[in-house]
Design a protein around this ligand. Structure first.
Ligand code: MN
Ligand code: MN
Length: 465
């Protein structure tokens, strides 16, 4: 018994894989198969919303705006323009008592097509892009890329586009300069090796017969018309995202990790939604918020700064009992939230940017970041010690492996999340999530056991807070 107790105490420090028998490990792998499918399919915020609504409806969730009355136990979703989503599992207690909120973002770094993207140069058809979020531009050349998104036409129809994912699909890409002629390029700073305006996608090279001017471009326009029924000018009202082509895959000879495009932050979005679906009943209302535009500052109607969530809570209160602004304010202020986003995992290839005692590691479970920010915690939500203490107790009660981390060494850089925006409502918020290698690269890497522990951490939070 004495030895067992000691083991339990050291749990937060030991490798989480060691907790599991063969049966437990099988469960982790099985859970991650579902996640890999999700990640392979959902490469835009819109695709994430569509897929999670499908998952939610299978769990009995209904459109909040389609129901007249809400009672305890009801499951509802609110879709914000197809690009952000809120899921509510109504609790037995009044909303004024606050909510238990899991939040994550579903936009990822990528290259967006410009509104007038298509041109021809030297018998090649090219597409202009504008990168979205923080990217190392040199990572996006000489790899297979796909296009995902929508084209909205003047007649009100919206065409879904996915090119480059089916085995029979073509892929597109951005060329790099051959090493043989790179004498000048190799002398440049990494930020200048490939510049934003040079991220042009090659998409065709066959000229259209009988066409005199820009015949290759004309051929691409014709193809798009035939296959997708849109004209060149319809790019004006399109949202087409150039993303990494290909499926998420097992990574490592022992298959212990997942390599995929867009772990940041779909890894926390998927696990948050799955955790919410696991809850059978709840005292206070349980919520999952999935937002867009985090990578560019949480702006716009579908970002966390939008009033959408607050409005949805007001609707919910109105449909539950009688609406008052004070009830909305109390519901927000009395809430607790895990604002989830990815963290940097220690990487033996780049130890110099990490302070080893306050870094996340693969295999150590869900990561809690008391604060994020940069240059003296600037822009961070510094979570309250009392709230963190409560979370420690909850994680330990449910045998969830957890760790505390900062994003790299002081003064090395940093990053922000949606936590501080929700904290403005005076609720208790902490940053947490899954640690990654290669964050913001075309292919990011996460540990399967961390994905599983994170989901379990969310479930424990929803049960106990
Ligand atoms: Mn993120
Ligand atoms: Mn990010």
């Amino acid at each position: 018994m004495a030895t067992k107790k000691k083991e339990k105490k050291e749990n937060s420090n030991k490798n989480a894989w060691l907790k599991y028998s063969k049966e437990g490990t099988d469960k982790i792998f099985e859970f991650c198969e579902g996640y890999k499918d999700f990640l392979s399919k959902c490469k835009t915020e819109r695709e994430c919303v569509t897929e999670i609504i499908k998952m939610a409806e299978a769990e009995g969730y209904k459109d909040l705006y389609s129901v007249k009355k809400v009672k305890p136990g009801d499951k509802l979703y609110a879709n914000n323009m197809g690009k952000a989503l809120v899921l509510f599992h109504a609790g037995s207690e009044p909303l004024e008592k606050g909510m238990k909120i899991l939040g994550a973002h579903i936009d990822s770094p990528r290259l967006d097509l410009k509104q007038n993207p298509l041109y021809e140069d030297s018998d090649l058809a090219m597409l202009e892009t504008h990168y979205y979020g923080g990217v190392k531009k040199y990572q996006w050349v000489a790899i297979p890329l796909a296009i995902h998104g929508v084209v909205a036409k003047k007649d009100g129809s919206v065409i879904d586009v996915v090119i480059g994912e089916d085995d029979n699909d073509p892929v597109i890409g951005i060329s790099d300069l051959l090493i043989h002629l790179s004498a000048d390029q190799m002398e440049k700073k990494a930020s200048k090796v490939i510049e934003g305006e040079d991220l042009n996608v090659l998409c065709g090279s066959i000229p259209l017969d009988q066409e005199e001017k820009e015949a290759v471009k004309a051929n691409i326009v014709k193809l798009l018309k035939e296959k997708y029924d849109f004209e060149e000018e319809d790019f004006f009202s399109a949202e087409l995202e150039v993303v990494t082509a290909g499926k998420a895959r097992d990574y490592g000879l022992d298959r212990s990790m997942v390599m995929g495009y867009g772990h940041d932050d779909r890894i926390c979005a998927y696990t948050s939604a799955k955790a919410l679906f696991e809850i059978k009943e709840t005292d206070r209302t349980a919520v999952c918020i999935l937002v867009d535009k985090e990578e560019i500052g949480s702006v716009g109607a579908t970002g966390m700064h939008s009033k959408f969530f607050e409005n949805a809570v007001a609707e919910l209160i109105d449909k539950t009992d009688s609406y008052s602004e004070l009830k909305v304010r109390r519901a927000m202020a009395n809430s607790h939230m895990l604002s989830s986003d990815v963290s940097a995992a220690f990487d033996p290839n780049y130890p110099s940017v990490m302070e080893k005692k306050n870094t996340a590691y693969f295999g150590k479970g869900i990561v809690f970041n008391k604060y994020t920010g940069s240059r003296g915690k600037g822009g961070s939500n510094d979570a309250n010690a009392e709230f963190i203490a409560k979370l420690r107790g909850i994680m330990e009660k449910h045998d969830v492996s957890y760790q505390s981390a900062e994003l790299g060494k002081v003064d090395q850089g940093g990053g922000g999340t949606i936590a501080y925006i929700m904290a403005n409502y005076n609720m208790q918020v902490i940053d947490c999530g899954v640690a990654l290698h290669n964050m913001h690269a075309p292919w990011e890497v996460a540990s399967k056991v961390d994905i599983y522990e994170t989901k379990n951490g969310y479930v424990a939070f929803l049960k106990e807070i």
